[in-house]
Design a protein around this ligand. Structure first.
Ligand SMILES: NC(=O)c1ccc[n+]([C@@H]2O[C@H](COP(=O)([O-])OP(=O)(O)OC[C@H]3O[C@@H](n4cnc5c(N)ncnc54)[C@H](O)[C@@H]3O)[C@@H](O)[C@H]2O)c1
Length: 433
């Protein structure tokens, strides 16, 4: 432990970040900036090649930041698993999606663990950052390393630290977002804290890896449940003939006891639609049914269909059917000002409208092309909005001139309140969630 701690303290430790995606790449950059030798290990040949050239493929990391770290040798990329055996510290940031039955798919973590276990350098610190269910690090990951003949607190130290990155956030980045950290043992926590203290301003230690895993799931379940609530409030306001956004804004004037959440076309991204189901799955194994999670998932997952009906009703009011109409989806990223389309509800809405017989195109400067199953679509310039029977605003990117869009469009269905200021001017053109 002393040697490892010493190597961490003096920044001589070599760090391998497994998975250089939305979470891993910003982290690798931060660690390299703190003065460590970092290797970004990724299975994707394209990503390794791009990093080798100093070219970033993640919005939050500019090539201007990346290139000097690569050319100075502080950060290099590799697809060779042998680098895992050279690391003093290994940080795992691989995906944790759901499988077809909406159960946790931990196969990416296990693949990484299979690569690491036989190669572990002694001593080595391993930190898992991928979101997973409470108990995973202790019940699944730890035994895999022990099975490989390694001793906890001697040969390796193990910790879990949930990632909180908020892509596109202009204020909070990896280094200034407080980071929760739980160790498999007090020594593991101590070593991990020493490492993270070099590049994270505030560390929030908790008593176990289970607790750290649960923290992440509480945070994201909190969001999923509150978004589910407000989506249902939007549906109720629609029935009551009330303006949802006015109601929320007025409620938010209460200086205590209320936190505004906003409705939308559904959940997207690699966190909010997925993570709560990791928790409910774990609880199912303990014979407990997590009711809030199930209900929020039900409401949030049904929002694309709700939008589909809004579009059908809006066209119907103009004596048009969905079949044969030309519809432009404005924004396919799952949230404003980012390029991530994973789990984006816009993709579901495109499919739903196509199934009803509409001719659907999309406009999103952040996503020049998208693939939905077999279907490949390309961005349509927003200036062509007038050629469509209906424009559906699914993401409120700031690079769109909404006044010009509404002026050109024949009909606008706005699921994001992007056209609020224009509603009085175009009462017959805008339909809003
Ligand atoms: N994206 C977010 O906003 C966000 C926020 C907080 C937490 N998380 C969590 O962080 C984890 C990673 O998410 P992400 O968005 O960075 O995913 P990502 O898909 O952007 O990146 C993961 C990377 O891991 C690589 N990879 C997969 N298996 C590998 C393996 N066995 N060995 C080496 N590389 C491998 C992939 O090629 C990919 O580049 C997930 O658990 C996610 O829930 C994501």
């Amino acid at each position: 432990m002393t040697t490892l701690l010493e190597r961490i303290r003096t920044r001589e430790a070599t760090v391998v970040v497994v998975g250089a995606g939305y979470v891993g790449l910003p982290l690798a950059v931060e660690v390299a900036k703190a003065g460590f030798q970092v290797i970004a290990y990724d299975k994707s040949v394209d990503k390794v090649q791009s990093l080798g050239r100093g070219v970033s493929y993640i919005n939050d990391v500019s090539s201007e930041t990346l290139a000097p770290l690569v050319s100075s040798g502080a950060l290099r990329a590799s697809g060779d698993p042998e680098v895992l055996g050279t690391a003093d510290v290994v940080i795992i940031c691989v995906p944790t999606p759901l499988n077809k039955t909406k159960d946790p798919d931990n196969s990416f973590i296990m693949d990484a663990a299979e690569m690491l276990a036989p190669r572990m350098k002694r001593p080595q610190l391993v930190v898992l950052e991928s979101t997973t269910f409470p108990g995973f690090t202790r019940e699944v990951l730890l035994p895999r390393f022990v099975q490989a003949g390694r001793k906890t607190d001697e040969d390796f130290f193990l910790a879990f630290s949930p990632e909180r990155v908020d892509p596109g956030n202009p204020k909070f980045f990896t280094h200034n977002t407080p980071k929760v950290l739980g160790g498999i043992s007090p020594k593991s926590l101590e070593v991990a804290q020493a490492m993270y203290g070099h590049f994270i301003e505030t560390i929030v230690p908790v008593s176990s890896t289970d607790s750290a895993e649960m923290v992440k799931l509480l945070e994201n379940t909190f969001r999923a449940v509150n978004i589910g609530l407000v989506n249902e409030v939007a549906i109720m306001c629609g029935r009551l003939g009330l303006d949802t956004w006015e109601v929320i804004q007025a409620a938010a004037s209460k200086p205590f006891g209320f936190m505004p959440f906003y409705p939308g076309p559904g959940l997207g991204g690699h966190c909010i639609p997925i993570d709560p189901l990791y928790l409910s799955w774990k609880l199912k194994t303990l014979k407990y049914h997590a009711r809030f999670i199930t209900l929020a998932d039900e409401i949030n997952s049904a929002m694309p269909e709700f939008v589909e009906v809004m579009v059908a009703d809006a066209l119907n009011a103009r004596r048009k059917s969905v079949r044969g109409s030309r519809i432009l989806i404005c924004g396919v990223a799952y949230k404003r000002d980012i390029d991530d389309v994973r789990e984006s509800p816009a993709l579901d809405i495109i499919q739903l409208l196509q199934r009803r017989g509409a001719e659907v195109a999309y406009s999103d400067l952040y996503a020049p092309s998208i693939r939905i199953g077999e279907l490949q679509l390309r961005h349509t310039p927003i200036e062509e909005a007038g050629k469509f029977d209906c424009v559906v605003i699914t993401t409120d990117h700031r690079n769109v001139d909404y006044a010009a869009l509404v002026e050109r469009a024949q009909l606008v269905v706005d699921t994001r309140n992007a056209t609020r200021a224009l509603r009085a001017q175009y009462p017959d053109k805008i339909v809003s969630l």
